[in-house]
Design a protein. Sequence first.
Length: 184
Amino acid sequence: MPAELIADNIEDDPLRQAQTEVRHLKATIAALREEMENLSIATEQSVQEARAQSFDEIKQLRETAGALRDSLEDLRFEKNQAVQEAVANANDEVVQLKATVGALRDELEELRFSKDKAVQEAVAHGNDEITQLRGTAHELREKLESIRFDYEEKLQAQARDTRDEVGHLHQTIQTLRQELEDKN
């Protein structure tokens, strides 16, 4: 049979037309399934990449928080060490002043009658020095309190910034999740 007759027979035969249409529909379904699988794989890869990126950001944030904690501990240690040194120096000065006062008392007893005026001047000088040292100790206490206050303000600001950044990251993660759910 010539090709024209076969084509006419196919067009005229509804069974063949239906079979041809079924083959075309099956081919279309297979192509659509394959496209859906490819889309599903691509979506899964995007989700995995987003998760990996989120995990990396979380890891970096944790490392940053750890570094900040270490810095805070170092600052606390330095502050405590400075306070201890200041207290030790003040205690040494007090011991020295007590020794000086004791020596002055001994000298006063020995020279009470002959050098009364000289001893009184030495005591007055010692009192002035004590007053100055007390003033210096007071100023040092105020400076230490000011430094502590500044450190606390910086730490609070850093904690606030960290909370804001974590909140922003959570919001970004939520937005990405919503976008992925909307796509699916």
